[in-house]
Design a protein around this ligand. Structure first.
Ligand SMILES: [Mg+2]
Length: 175
C-alpha cells in the first residue's frame, strides 16, 4: 500500500455525519468519536449546533459512544459550541499533529481501536487520525467556502482525491 494512501485515504467517506451508521459503529466495538467542528458538524461560520446536530449527539450517546470535539479553531469558538452540547472539547488542536488525538483518547479512557475520527479535511482530520492508527471517516464539508489556510489545504486535497480516483482507490459515490 502506498504511503500517501496510507496517510491520506479515509477509511470511509460519507455525505454528512447523518449518513454515518451509528449502530454499526457501536456493534463493531466503537466507544468514542473524535470529531472536527468547522464544516463537519456545522458550517465554519455558524455559531451554534443545529437541532439536527443536537439530535445526532443524543443518538450517538444513546448508542453508548462518547464524543470529544477536537478543533484547530480558538477557545471561544470551540468552547461556546461544545458547551451548548455538553461535550468535552480540545481547541487549537494543531491537527494533523498527534497530541490532541492522544489527549482526547486519554480523556475518554479508550484504546485506539475503540475510536473513530470524523472530519471534513484530508490534510488535518484524516491525516491526523490515520497517523495515529485511528479509523477515519471523512465527510463532505457542510459549506463550500473556507477560511484562508483551509483554501490552500483544499487545493492539495483535490490533487490527492484525483490521484486516488485514478488509482481506483475511491469506491464511494461522488456528486
Ligand atoms: Mg473542518
Amino acid at each position: 500500500m502506498g504511503i500517501i494512501k496510507h496517510y491520506f485515504m479515509p477509511n470511509e467517506y460519507v455525505q454528512s455525519i447523518f449518513q454515518i451508521d451509528i449502530e454499526k459503529l457501536a456493534n463493531s466495538g466503537v466507544k468514542g468519536i473524535i470529531t472536527d467542528l468547522d464544516n463537519t458538524l456545522v458550517g465554519w461560520d455558524e455559531a451554534d449546533p443545529t437541532q439536527a446536530v443536537k439530535e445526532w449527539f443524543n443518538k450517538v450517546r444513546e448508542a453508548g459512544i462518547t464524543i470529544t470535539i477536537v478543533s484547530n479553531n480558538n477557545e471561544q469558538r470551540v468552547g461556546s459550541f461544545s458547551k451548548s452540547l455538553n461535550v468535552d472539547y480540545i481547541f487549537k488542536a494543531k491537527k494533523p499533529r498527534g497530541r490532541a488525538f492522544n489527549q482526547a483518547s486519554k480523556l475518554m479512557k479508550l484504546k485506539p481501536t475503540e475510536i473513530v475520527v470524523i472530519g471534513d479535511q484530508m490534510l488535518t482530520d484524516v491525516f491526523g487520525g490515520n497517523r495515529r492508527g485511528l479509523f477515519t471517516i471523512m465527510v463532505v464539508p457542510v459549506k463550500k467556502t473556507d477560511g484562508f489556510i483551509t483554501k490552500f489545504n483544499r487545493m492539495i486535497e483535490r490533487r490527492l482525491l484525483q490521484r486516488f480516483r485514478k488509482k481506483g482507490y475511491i469506491t464511494w459515490e461522488e456528486n
